[in-house]
Design a protein around this ligand. Structure first.
Ligand SMILES: NC(=O)c1ccc[n+]([C@@H]2O[C@H](COP(=O)([O-])OP(=O)(O)OC[C@H]3O[C@@H](n4cnc5c(N)ncnc54)[C@H](OP(=O)(O)O)[C@@H]3O)[C@@H](O)[C@H]2O)c1
Length: 307
């Protein structure tokens, strides 16, 4: 039996196309999930081209659906449970996933909203936590118009921080003040006052300027490098009172943090902003919008017409 999936296909311009894969089989400690929605991340576009995901293998990291088969050892959600998952190969009609990478989606939270959470939501939640988010901290979020950025703005504001959202243009900053940004700035040039925490997703000159803005004792979380530009630090930029630049990567054992994210959505604290939604047949259109900086927040695909 086979399963339809979005796979690495070097014959297409994006190296992404539809294909049939062997229907996944749940191994020990795994569930089989029927996928209803998936969300698109920059990593998916990069993974198709970088060789990290082999030719013919399914792409994707974020999905939500319904458990078709529970784990053989009885752990994790039972058959019929609505779940969100964070795992390689999520862009398929069926996915076998470790129980440790799944959380139940509570009633009142849509599966499309849940699918918008994993990669970007985990990066925002965990990088802020790792940086020591607390009331009154001054938090700078770069690339605040994007998936990670919009979650980071909301979570930092909910934690009582003073939030500065940096975007590429006034249009890209639309709505951020309404969801918790105390300041919305275009670029970083006008910022003068030091910040305690940076959630940095742009890289290049943004990383350098954000580092210069970081106060002694502060923490810069290097989450992404969407600009692809080099970062050139002036001499002695890294000499002075201690402050930290920490590299960040999402670890896959995410069940507890996924549960936290869907709980925050259920209580209304976190609202996934889905500015692009459509069938996964329109994958290329959404990928183009993401690359072209026309997605505010998240792009979510419907894998089944109903949900
Ligand atoms: N380390 C990890 O585990 C992890 C997890 C999640 C994401 N990431 C990375 O974090 C970054 C942000 O992810 P995301 O999901 O938030 O992406 P996204 O939704 O595409 O947002 C990225 C934002 O970066 C800004 N940007 C600045 N220069 C850009 C350029 N040259 N090209 C495109 N965008 C540019 C854009 O804002 P403006 O249009 O306002 O300028 C855009 O909204 C990506 O690099 C992603 O790979 C890493």
């Amino acid at each position: 039996m086979s399963t339809r999936a979005l796979i690495v296909d070097p014959s297409t311009p994006t190296s992404i196309g539809f294909g049939e894969i062997a229907t996944p089989v749940a191994g020990p400690g795994q569930l089989l999930v029927e996928v209803r929605h998936v969300s698109l991340n920059y990593a998916d576009l990069n993974n198709a081209l970088s060789g990290r995901v082999p030719v013919g293998a399914p792409l994707g990291l974020d999905a939500a659906g319904v458990v078709l088969q529970g784990a053989a050892d009885g752990s994790g959600p039972a058959v019929g449970t609505r779940v969100v998952l964070f795992a390689y190969g999520a862009f398929a009609e069926r996915v076998a996933v470790d129980v440790s990478a799944v959380a139940e989606v509570p009633a009142g939270v849509g599966l499309a909203e849940a699918a918008a959470l994993p990669t970007a939501g985990l990066a925002a939640l965990r990088s802020l936590r790792s940086a020591g988010i607390a009331p009154g901290k001054r938090v700078l979020v770069t690339g605040a118009s994007g998936g990670v950025g919009r979650y980071a703005v909301r979570l930092a504001a909910h934690a009582g921080a003073h939030v500065i959202a940096s975007v590429g243009s006034p249009t890209r900053g639309a709505g951020l003040a309404d969801v918790g940004a105390d300041e919305v700035v275009v670029g970083l040039d006008d910022l003068k006052e030091a910040v305690d925490i940076v959630v940095e997703t742009v890289g290049g000159p943004h990383l350098v300027t954000a580092w210069e803005l970081l106060a002694p004792g502060g923490s810069l979380q290097s989450v992404g490098w969407t600009s692809g530009e080099p970062a050139v630090f002036p001499p002695y930029a890294t000499v002075g009172p201690p402050k930290t630049l920490t590299s960040y990567v999402n670890e896959f054992a995410a069940a507890d943090d996924l549960a936290e994210l869907v709980r925050l959505v259920a209580e209304g604290t976190l609202v996934p902003e889905i500015s692009w939604r459509g069938s996964w047949e329109r994958f290329a259109e959404a990928a183009d919008a993401l690359r072209g900086r026309r997605v505010a927040g998240k792009a979510v695909f419907d894998v089944k017409p109903h949900a």
